[in-house]
Design a protein around this ligand. Sequence first.
Ligand code: SF4
Length: 448
Amino acid sequence: MSQRSIHIKTFGCQMNVYDSDRMGGLLTLGGYLWEPDLRKADVILINTCSIRDKSEHKVLSLLGQLKPLKDENPKKVIGVSGCVGQRLGRSLLQRVPHLDLVFGPDSVDRVKELVDEVVLNGRRVLETKLEEGGRAYSQPTHVPTRPSRPAEYLTIMKGCDHFCTYCIVPFVRGREKSRPIHEILEDVRGFVAGGTKEVTFLGQNINTYGKGTGETLAELIEKTHAIPGLERIRYVTSHPRDLGEDLISQFGKLEKLCPSLHLPFQSGSDRILKAMSRLYTRDEYLLKIEKLRAACPAIALSTDVIVGFPGETDEDFEKTVEVLNRVEFSMAFLFKYSPRPGTRAFALSEEIPEVVKEERLARVQQLSLRQIERENGRLLGTTVQCLVESIDKKGLCYSGRTVHNKLVHVLNSGPSCQGKILDVEVTETNGSNVKGYFAGAPRVVRTA
Ligand code: SF4
């Protein structure tokens, strides 16, 4: 049999990007060839996100567009992995007759076996088993099928035990289970040997990493900190209730731990927080912020907010605005509530009219943008250190991040800046954009 080609299209969060990378690695190691053009691939996998209704629609629409390809070549294999695969399972196979394979996030490491089953036996395959939580899971270490990037993401745990009432994650990614520290450190060392300077650990509720295994996130950070050649460490996503003193105090002490943290507060109203089952109050959240700033005054904080949760009154919403005003986040990811079937909030009746949700969203977006502009304005004329991660297609503009997770575009360049941590003089800020030049480098004036 000649070698088959694969293409993986990814929707959703960084964890999905990591899973797609991993599946691509495992399939190419297993003899499949990577095909950059989705339409030409023998095997097309769509790694999906289910967090919002809109994300699911995008997947169904893409599946519709792929039908003519399958009609033209019935041997083409089309598969759906990730959260939509897990959530819809058999009903997705029934609804989309040209779909060959559906599997969930817990089967990522079995991707080759599942694809082979379709390719070799011509069977339609469904795999949506979720592993049990509260224990360690092992995963073969980093699959080195591509060069290391300057900044790498690494998933260290799966699932979530929280069951916030609006969230589909525990249903599609199961209960918490964590990878052992020694395996994670081996992966990080592998990345660093390939030139990586920064690692971001990923987990849905990362503060409770190690639950049931006797290991903790603080311990992992400390051991990662000791790896020579690694310069920066980050982790995401924290939960305000589970961010403990051990983790907060590390921000003041460990120099490789970047002074930036994503801490979603979702709503400033205790009534709504309770309805969301977030397990903290507004004051408890603000106290965590105070402690973080006491441990590390320059820490950059980002957050998530949901507006228009069922029953959210004008007064509730104003409390959210108040928290945004008070904390002044460096970045806020702002969303309208999106009802997800299967969650507890789906059954709540006090739905907020779309127009009200839109108004509220626009208001917090404007507020957040003003705050970001103000913060960026303070960077004008200063020099910041950036880890240069990428260069644009024309080779004219580099992109990098500061320790505070600020994206900076660097307008001129010498060769081979990628992967280095360099000083950048900030010369322009425009809205959320920050631009500058490498310190000491000649400034190229470009004309249109
Ligand atoms: S903690 Fe995060 S991932 Fe877990 S249920 Fe709540 S929102 Fe979802």
